[in-house]
Write a protein that binds this ligand. Structure first.
Ligand code: PLP
Length: 387
């Protein structure tokens, strides 16, 4: 017998983000600052809407693209928040989290040999999905330019093989957000080019300073754009698995077919709960943001006091300080910090080679944990300096 699997599947790496939290079983007293999910419960009214749906036997399949009432709520949400018009029937799909949205878009648009440009350091969830299609990721190094891409370097990176460019704003792992002027300039370069723009704005509701600027508010790139969204982060609903794709009707029709075959539809009780999230509980993220803002300020100040070079995150719930001055790779730094210092963080190298020299700290944790974590980080770095 000679059984074989797709060699591209064989190359899928285990998710690096979990590498350190998985080790915590051996360090029960360590402070865990690795995980990227809100530490709040799902808002009460959202939970009740999910429970009510189950009790009313709303437990069968929905339309492949999602409950019409949810797509209408999503359309109103995007219109209120981003001043963008998406038809609930033809231009929106409800997916199993943002992850399925990303996968379905890539599988629909990519062919072997295509290139996808992604400013990095960046969330590690995109690359395997791109490579499974036989396409290639071209990372754009932002590690020396304030962790933000600029229009000029994007223009330089575009080749005849470029099929798409992906942005994640606000960013995981850096928490950096792009302002309007930067996005204006990028849109100017990308408009009318034969390439798709994927904008993963899953953290748009977790912005602490200023206003989130969405790629969806630029009509000149509407035909090229896929807006990826969801309630995992905004409403603390990571386990409910609801996301969205907003896009041009022509592409959405094809993606809906793929989605129908790989998923049939997203979980229906979770879709009912999400209607409440996007209507009655639309402001729930504001309360969580108050807590994130206090935590962000605290962690940022402590890192500055340690003398670390760090961008102040304006969104998401991550901070990405440079650890270059300690002379260790980010993996060795994170390993020793866990083993000797009792704090788990994620090494920057998990977020592409351009994340080398940084660590990611999540502040989706209580102040008590953050205070203990920062005290321990301080003690650990002082010891390192004495070596
Ligand atoms: N996109 C980014 C940038 C993320 O950080 C994450 C999760 O950490 C996801 C997508 C996945 O979202 P979901 O849980 O809705 O699939």
């Amino acid at each position: 017998m000679s059984l074989s699997i797709n060699p591209r599947s064989r190359q899928i790496k285990p998710p690096g983000i979990r590498q350190f939290s998985n080790q915590l079983i051996h360090y029960p007293d360590a402070v865990n600052l690795t995980v990227g999910q809100p530490d709040f419960p799902t808002p009460e009214a959202v939970k009740q809407a999910g429970i009510a749906a189950i009790q009313a036997n709303q437990t069968g399949y929905s339309h492949n693209a999602g409950l019409p009432a949810l797509r209408e709520a999503a359309s109103r949400f995007i219109s209120q928040k981003f001043n963008a018009t998406y038809d609930p029937i033809k231009e929106i799909i409800v997916t199993n989290g943002a992850t399925e949205a990303i996968d379905s878009i890539f599988r629909t648009i990519l062919e072997p040999g295509d290139e996808v440009i992604i400013p990095a350091p960046i969330y590690s969830g995109y690359e395997p999905l791109i490579e499974l299609s036989g396409a290639r990721v071209v990372y754009l190094d932002t590690s020396h330019t304030g962790l933000q891409p600029d229009a000029y370097s994007i223009e330089q990176a575009i080749t005849p093989s470029t099929k798409a460019i992906l942005f994640n704003n606000p960013s995981n792992p850096t928490g950096v957000t792009m302002d309007k002027q930067r996005i204006d300039e990028i849109v100017e370069v990308l408009k009318n080019k034969d390439l798709f723009i994927l904008s993963d704005e899953i953290y748009s509701e977790n912005v602490f300073d200023g206003q989130h600027v969405s790629f969806a508010s630029y009509p000149e790139i509407r035909r090229q754009l896929f807006l990826i969204h969801g309630v995992s982060k905004s409403h603390s609903m990571t386990g409910w698995r609801i996301g969205f794709i907003f896009g041009d009707a022509e592409w959405i029709a094809t993606i809906t077919l793929l989605h129908a075959y790989n998923t049939i539809c997203a979980s229906v009780p979770a879709q009912h709960a999400t209607i409440e999230a996007l209507t009655g509980s639309i402001d729930a993220p504001l309360e969580m943001n108050k807590a994130y803002r206090v935590r962000r300020d605290f962690v940022y100040d402590r890192l500055l006091k340690l003398g670390m070079e760090v961008e102040k995150p304006q969104g998401a719930f991550y901070i990405f300080p440079s650890i270059r001055t300690y002379g260790l790779s980010s993996f060795d730094f994170a390993t020793r910090l866990l083993q000797e210092g009792g704090v788990a963080v994620v090494p920057g190298s998990v977020f592409t080679p351009f994340g080398e020299g940084f660590i990611r700290i999540s502040f989706a944790y209580s102040m008590e944990q953050l205070i203990l974590g920062m005290d321990r980080l301080e003690a650990f770095t002082l010891n390192l300096q004495r070596e």
